[in-house]
Design a protein around this ligand. Structure first.
Ligand code: GLU
Length: 200
C-alpha cells in the first residue's frame, strides 16, 4: 500500500510533503518521489529507490521549491522498484504529473492504444497510462480554449478500471491538485493546512 500526499499553501511545500510521507511510512514502500511546481521553473521532480532518507538526500543535493506539490511512497505492483518507476510520472509534455495508489487493471490495452496515438512511455508502470490519458484530454481545442485539469482527469479516470486513488498537478493550473479515487476513500487529514491531504 503506497501513500499519497498533496499540499497547496504558504508553507514550504517540500518539508510538508516529506512530513506527510513519513507519517505514511508504516504502510511499507520500496521507493518514493515528489513533484513540486510554482516557482517559475516548471515541474520539478525528485525520486529515489528505497527509504525516504534516500529521497531526502536527493533533495539535499538538488533542492526544489514551489507553492504546490504531490508526493508518493510506492509499493510496486507493475514494474521493478527502481528510481525510474518511482512516482510521480509525467506525460509527454512534462507539464502534467501523476501519483497513484492501486492498480489499473486495463493498463495494457490503454498503453497499446496510447502508443499507437504517438505517446512515449518511459516506465514499466501501470500508472504512466494515467499521465498520458490526462495529457490526451487536456489538449487545447481547435478554438484555442482548453479543458480544465479536473475535466481532463475526469475523462481519464472514466477510461480506467481497478481500485485506485490518484492525484494530479499541472504547470498550467497553478496551486491546484486534482484527486480522484475508485474504491476505498482517500482520507483527508489536515497536516498543517486545510488543503493538504493524505490518501489511504
Ligand atoms: N501500481 C502502481 C505501481 O506499481 C502503484 C503501486 C502503489 O500503490 O504503490 O507503480
Amino acid at each position: 500500500m503506497c501513500g499519497i500526499v498533496g499540499y497547496v499553501g504558504k508553507k514550504r511545500v517540500v518539508p510538508v510533503i516529506i512530513d506527510g510521507l513519513k507519517r505514511l511510512e508504516y504502510r511499507g514502500y520500496d521507493s518514493a518521489g515528489i513533484a513540486v511546481c510554482g516557482n517559475g521553473e516548471g515541474l520539478q521532480i525528485r525520486r529515489a529507490e528505497g527509504k525516504l532518507r534516500n529521497l531526502e538526500e536527493v533533495i539535499r543535493l538538488k533542492p526544489l521549491d514551489g507553492t504546490y506539490g504531490i508526493g508518493h511512497t510506492r509499493w510496486a505492483t507493475h514494474g521493478r522498484p527502481t528510481e525510474e518507476n518511482a512516482h510521480p510520472h509525467r506525460d509527454c509534455t512534462g507539464r502534467v504529473v501523476v501519483v497513484h495508489n492501486g492498480i489499473i487493471e486495463n493498463y495494457v490495452v490503454l498503453k497499446k492504444k496510447l502508443i499507437e496515438e504517438g505517446h512515449k512511455f518511459s516506465t514499466e508502470t501501470d500508472t504512466e497510462v494515467i499521465a498520458h490519458l490526462v495529457e490526451k484530454y487536456y489538449l487545447k481545442r481547435s478554438n484555442g480554449s482548453r479543458p480544465s485539469l479536473e475535466e481532463a482527469v475526469r475523462k481519464a479516470v472514466g477510461q480506467l478500471s481497478g481500485v485506485f486513488a490518484l492525484a494530479v498537478i499541472a504547470v498550467d493550473e497553478p496551486n491546484k491538485i486534482v484527486a480522484a479515487r475508485n474504491g476505498p476513500p482517500a482520507a483527508r487529514h489536515s497536516l498543517s493546512h486545510p488543503r493538504s491531504f493524505l490518501s489511504r
